[in-house]
Ligand binder design. Sequence first.
Ligand code: GCO
Ligand code: MG
Length: 405
Amino acid sequence: MTSRIEKVDVIVCSPSRNFVTIKVTTSDGLVGWGDATLNGRELAVASYLQDHVAPLLIGLDPDRIEDIWQFLYRGVYWRRGPVTMAAIGGVDLALWDVKGKSVNRPVYQLLGGAVREKILTYTHTVGWDIPALKDALDVNLARGFKALRVQSGVPGLDSVYGVTQGVGGYEPATRGAYPKLEMWDSGKYLRHVPKVIEAAREHVGPDIELLHDAHHRLTPIQAAQLGKSLEPFGLFWLEDVTPGENQEALKLIREHSTIPLAIGEVFNTIWDFKDLIINQQLDYVRCSVMHAGGISHARRIFDLAALYGIKFGPHGPSDISPITMSASLHVDLSTPNLGIQEFMGYDPLVSEVFHSSYTLKDGYLHPGDNPGLGVEFDEKAAAKFPYAPAYLPYARSLDGTVTDW
Ligand code: GCO
Ligand code: MG
């Protein structure tokens, strides 16, 4: 007898930070877990799922992942956007988890099997100043990473997004009901960052990959200047130099620099990437597998990119749960045009709630061979960590004007 979706639960928990988790229970007793976390807008996605999606799923055949995707995307008048796509992506992950469990195979086997043995991974390396950055580079090199994202403080600015002033990592969102204000100055940043990347390159030598993220803060010509100034240091990629909406900007940057460009963690459909891909204005597609509609949709974006020799590097910050991290790894392992996987890592509390089978060894990740996605969610543990409002900071320039994210 065909299996049916019997129950859909949406759980918001906060083991150090907020996560939105979907639980799909089927009539044959299988449970699939999906992640639908959207940093700072968690409750909007939870409501979208709870109020508008969960009732539609009851009674459907969980095996028909593609048909359910089409129903939730094409069958709905209001398409796209981060809230909708995170919700659809979360359902998609839960259904792939169910399917893997129903045939007792890890999801990467259902996607065609492994095309590589292991997944090249980069992690975040931050230092408020260059000596602190060098120490942080040493720590991550000792952990075995072969690729490192490098971010630092900027002289004259009191705080910089994503850079802690003490030791340890950072959390993209700060707890509290109101976003924290940071002051930003692109001129100071542009004058300083080449020195940072040069020092990092000198410190790690030629064989370690270095990456840098500009977090959408620059104008097109500033981004072109930055690309040009960083060219001598052989970056793996320069990420999100300009705001995502103005895709034309990347043409101008390309005219001035051969630096590899990564963009797209705020994009969520193939339509957002289409022109950039076919006009070859980017080198790495950067969406998260969940925010881009789940495995079913993200892999179509990656396939389109492959036609043009463009690779993908899935978003992997701490603000997507280990379920999305694992889903990315199943796609990474089975898709030829992988560039690199981001792995920011998690606060230790996260592993009290999410029990994951993926492994990290010598700078490479592997999803493991557990059936499904390989992440089990502990509802009892999650109940100890209720939702707490938390937001990304926002920035103003020194004269008080709100700046781009
Ligand atoms: C990255 C990202 C993160 C984002 C965060 C926003 O490249 O990992 O830029 O640092 O800012 O995921 O929610
Ligand atoms: Mg980024």
